[in-house]
Ligand binder design. Structure first.
Ligand code: ADP
Ligand code: MG
Length: 374
């Protein structure tokens, strides 16, 4: 079994009346890339500051490499932080910024040189070793900050929104580089971001935070495909939320009335009872939209459409997205749905237009069913 390098056990942080971090528990495996994802103000930075030792928990315990960190000052913890602002020394050159921590710890000059040059090579800055850091671009400063942290070979590297100051293209490139760097170093990364794409593209697991608590901790795929609650469902990507009520339960099959139609859903047995109110969640890209131009008068054909009984409606709007387009439609009940469709280069007649009568279906099992919460 993988060995945990870092554990948070019921960690809370209060500032007066305000609760910034609320009973957070999590375990990070050695070599793992874990991302804490959540909206501004949800407590992400506070979690990192608690791990680094810049803040003390109001309750709970932080364990690093099997040792409680209670009372251990930041400089005695085997972690390094890459701050949002980089916090470089502007009056020093690249080499001296990266060497600073090693020199403070009394490493011999030859060892300092070897380690610094290794770290600079990792972030492709070996040619800029003598450049003053205030003469570097944002992306280069970012790399110095990373080199300065990894040169100490910490057990855990903490990164607080490390890419947020970079423009879109550089951010995309740095995401891939960071992931490569993490793999080649084998260092555990705990990264904080409010950017879902960033979290998903780099991480082994993602902890979604909301109001000081962990709303879900799982792999990116599990978080996207089976969100544990409405907050997570809505925070990661777009999703359609349809209210429904359970009208039948037989073993692995639950029948839910949604938008006036009874739809069979695959759910674990014992999950639901007749009368339970639920939310049926559907990602736009999981919906299939079919035109009903000729089929409108044929209820039987209509009912056999797709793999679950079709919901019927009218296209209100289409939104061009480049590789895909969104079809915004109003179901006959009045509920609005968004479906994402691919362009068909060979057949332009299949594009939907406002006013089209359509049927919406999906593959049974692609939906997520949650208990109704207002
Ligand atoms: N030193 C502090 N004193 C008082 N409140 C704070 C302090 N640091 C953070 N907070 C509050 O704690 C909450 C979480 O902040 P933070 O961890 O910075 O969130 P995030 O990084 O997710 O944006 C916010 O409501 C913030 O105002
Ligand atoms: Mg923050």
């Amino acid at each position: 079994m993988a060995e945990p390098v870092l554990e948070l056990r019921g960690v809370s942080k209060r500032y007066g009346e305000a609760v910034a971090v609320d009973e957070v528990s999590l375990t990070v495996e050695r070599g793992e890339f874990l991302t804490i994802l959540g909206p501004s103000g949800c407590g992400k930075t506070t979690v990192l500051r608690l791990i680094a030792g810049f803040e003390q928990p109001s309750a709970g315990e932080i364990v690093l490499e099997g040792r409680s960190m209670a009372g251990v000052p930041p400089e005695r913890r085997a972690v390094n932080t890459v701050f949002q602002s980089y916090a470089l020394f502007p009056h020093m050159n690249v080499f001296d910024n990266v060497a600073f921590g090693l020199r403070m710890r009394g490493f011999a000059p030859t060892e300092v040189r070897r380690r610094v040059l290794d770290a600079l090579r990792l972030v492709h800055l070996e040619d800029l070793a003598t450049r003053m850091v205030d003469r570097l671009s944002g992306g280069q400063q970012q790399r110095v900050a990373i080199a300065r942290a990894v040169v100490n070979e910490p057990a855990v590297l903490l990164l607080d929104e490390p890419l947020s100051a970079l423009d879109y293209r550089l951010r995309k490139r740095m995401q891939i580089e960071l992931k490569h760097l993490q793999r080649s170093l084998g260092i555990t990364f705990v990264l904080v971001t409010h950017d879902q794409e960033e979290a998903f593209s780099m991480s082994d697991r993602v902890a979604v935070m909301n109001q000081g608590r962990i709303a879900q901790l799982d792999t990116p795929t599990a978080i996207y495909e089976t969100p544990a609650n409405l907050f997570v469902a809505r925070f990661v990507g777009e999703i359609n939320v349809l209210p429904g009520v359970v009208v039948g339960c037989v073993e692995h099959m639950t029948h839910v009335e949604v938008e006036g139609r009874v739809i069979p859903l695959s759910t674990p047995p014992g999950c639901w009872q007749v009368g339970n109110k639920v939310h049926v969640l559907l990602r736009p890209e999981d919906l299939r939209v079919e035109t009903l131009r000729d089929l409108d008068e044929d209820p039987e054909l209509r009912a056999s459409f797709g793999r679950v009984p079709a919901l019927l409606g009218v296209v209100e709007e289409t939104v061009y997205k480049g590789a895909t387009y969104d079809v915004i439609l109003r179901l006959d009940s009045g509920t609005m749905l968004t479906a994402t469709e691919f362009f068909n280069e060979d057949d332009e007649t299949v594009y939907f237009r406002p006013g089209d009568r359509v049927a919406v279906t999906w593959v049974q099992g692609w939906e997520t069913v949650l208990a109704y919460a207002p």
